[in-house]
Design a protein around this ligand. Structure first.
Ligand SMILES: NC(=O)c1ccc[n+]([C@@H]2O[C@H](COP(=O)([O-])OP(=O)(O)OC[C@H]3O[C@@H](n4cnc5c(N)ncnc54)[C@H](O)[C@@H]3O)[C@@H](O)[C@H]2O)c1
Length: 257
């Protein structure tokens, strides 16, 4: 019960890393708000968490839309009266449409930035005041291996994930003073639909083969990121602020990558 009494919003918690985080948060005693754009997976996630005995609420949210995010935070305050953890996990990765800047459609650039970066901005803009009002807490942002190394063929995605790291640092400085710690998880090679799509939608890339050559010789599991998110959300990480932590099996520190 490392998160007992805490209220957490997790964006994109309908599946993948976000859902695994929601499962772990609920197991540790948190009340979890699933801020998910997909009605179907959001409802299914809510049902699964409740069936496991958890206190969970789905609020259909497109994190790139200001009105949705404002309504989300209002729903959180109405239902729980507080917010302690904001886990900015939602993002899109479009291996077919994203690409090198010279070949990237302006609409694709705008779409990816609006979800992966503006979405984080909006959730922080409207979520942090509630965290401060609740006595402080934690923001967890989500980067990627693309935050710390150059990855060809996805310049828009890479730009947003670099920004997640920079924003984490500046927010940690700003909001640490107000009792809000801001940290960033940089995953890579975690077995989710996103990683599957990176292989099926890109003939030049096979994630399973690529991560076999990584130091841990395998893909990661969503729970392995969720464990880190629980730590960063909990009071166990009370002196950790502005940290960029990789959960990537070491792929970004090996010469073969
Ligand atoms: N899986 C990996 O190996 C990996 C690697 C690097 C970074 N990441 C990052 O981890 C996070 C989670 O990735 P994942 O693999 O679980 O992805 P995923 O595609 O499996 O899940 C993403 C979830 O976000 C939701 N979502 C998409 N747009 C949204 C929006 N506008 N508003 C609200 N929800 C929205 C989707 O519906 C989905 O449920 C992302 O930020 C991703 O960039 C993942």
């Amino acid at each position: 019960m490392r998160l007992k009494g805490k209220v957490a919003v997790i964006t994109g918690a309908g599946r993948g890393i976000g859902f695994s985080g929601a499962e772990a948060f609920v197991r540790e005693g948190a009340k979890v708000v699933i801020a998910e754009v997909s009605e179907e997976s959001g409802r299914a996630a809510e049902a699964k968490l409740r069936a496991a005995g958890g206190d969970a609420m789905f609020v259909r949210t497109d994190c790139s839309r200001s009105a949705d995010v404002q309504a989300l935070m209002a729903a959180v305050e109405k239902r729980y009266g507080a917010l302690h953890v904001l886990y900015n996990n939602a993002a899109i990765f479009l291996p077919r449409a994203d690409g090198p800047v010279t070949e990237l459609a302006e609409e694709t650039w705008t779409r990816i930035l609006s979800i992966n970066l503006t979405g984080v901005f909006l959730c922080c803009k409207y979520g942090i005041p509630l965290i401060v009002k609740s006595g402080g807490g934690a923001v967890i942002n989500t980067g990627s291996s693309a935050s710390v190394m150059g990855i060809p063929g996805c310049d828009a995605y890479t730009a947003t994930k670099g920004a997640a790291v920079s924003l984490t640092r500046s927010m940690a400085v700003e909001y640490g003073k107000k009792g809000v710690r801001v940290n960033c998880i940089c995953p890579a090679g975690i077995e989710t639909e996103m990683v599957k799509a990176s292989s099926t939608d890109n003939a030049d890339f096979d994630a399973a083969y690529f991560f076999k050559r990584a130091p841990l010789s395998r893909l990661g599991r969503p729970e392995e990121v969720a464990n880190l998110a629980v730590f960063l959300a909990s009071d166990e990480s009370s002196y950790i602020n502005g940290a960029i932590i990789r959960a990537d099996g070491g792929i970004t520190v090996t010469p073969i990558s």
